[in-house]
Design a protein around this ligand. Structure first.
Ligand code: G3P
Ligand code: CA
Length: 278
């Protein structure tokens, strides 16, 4: 059921910085998050992986290979097999300069992985948060660690009362587990493009509404019938990941509540928002 934290009555369109402003800077690095904050986003999205010694880091992949550079014996393979101290030896920005030379900057070299603890410590309640439990089946204890950080940084009550933190996952089991730990914290079920699998959106979304307050659908799922079904189920709708302004405008016209984007500046422009006044 929707609660105060996810009530749509006073809602605008939420600008959700996907892995930070990751179209402009390497995902999940300080430059990506700092840029997103400068752009005046509503939410920062950290994907979460858990290290061998139990730290939650902002990192998308289950393995280090795509975005980490450094000693091969350390900066490859599963995140869950490395300690935080080991992963800190890896450069998590250089890959961006290699892959996107037209957007490369010297400042992106030698970036170190960022923990959720550090992110919360830096911006706390100055922005809303959209952490995602990644790989939860492989790293038990992730949900407990996340809730401990939310509480330690004083974000729990604001999450319940006004959606300061929305927790997302592709894993229904992870969301059910979170619910069992703290039923009041808002949860969002992510949906891949093939989520309907021949089923009616109405049935799928009504089932989700029994344990979550919102859905994060792959953008390809969102059309007028999907929106009608989501509204019928009382669910927020935050599609991902949308970088094309024309597609953003289409989704806004359909009535979505927010959009995950690698280019928050484009969505701000579309919405007529001036970062300086937000
Ligand atoms: O969390 C929304 C979206 O980010 C899901 O896809 O793979 O980018 O985490 P992914
Ligand atoms: Ca994500």
């Amino acid at each position: 059921m929707p609660n105060a934290s996810t009530d749509r009555s006073d809602a605008g369109i939420s600008v959700i910085a996907h892995r930070g402003a990751s179209g402009h800077a390497p995902e999940h690095t300080w430059p990506a998050y700092e840029l997103a904050m400068e752009m005046g986003v509503d939410f920062l999205e950290p994907d979460l992986q858990m290290t061998r010694d139990g730290h939650l880091i902002a990192f998308h992949d289950a393995t280090l290979d795509r975005t980490a550079r450094g000693p091969t014996g350390i900066c490859t393979g599963p995140v869950a097999a490395r300690t935080l101290e080991e992963i800190r030896r890896c450069d998590v920005g250089r890959w961006f300069n290699e892959r996107y030379p037209e957007r490369a900057r010297a400042a992106f070299e030698d970036q170190r992985v960022v923990t959720l603890d550090e992110l919360f410590a830096r911006w706390g309640d100055r922005v809303r948060w959209y952490p995602e439990t990644k790989n939860p089946e492989e790293t038990p204890g992730m949900e407990e660690a996340l809730l401990e950080l939310i509480r330690r940084h004083g974000l729990r009550d604001a999450a319940v009362e006004r959606g300061q933190v929305l927790i997302q996952s592709f894993s229904p089991a992870s969301l059910h587990h979170l619910r069992s730990l703290d039923s009041e914290l808002p949860r969002v079920q992510l949906l891949p493009a093939d989520a309907m699998d021949g089923r009616q959106a109405e049935a799928v979304l009504h089932e989700i509404a029994t344990y979550a307050q919102g859905v994060g659908p792959n953008r390809a799922l969102v059309d007028a019938p999907f929106m009608a079904a989501a509204r019928g189920a009382g669910l927020l709708v935050h599609p991902w990941t949308v970088d094309d302004p024309g597609e953003m405008a289409h989704l806004v016209a359909l009535g979505v509540d927010g959009i995950f984007t690698n280019f928050p500046d484009r969505l701000n422009t579309l919405l007529g928002r001036d970062p300086q006044t937000r």
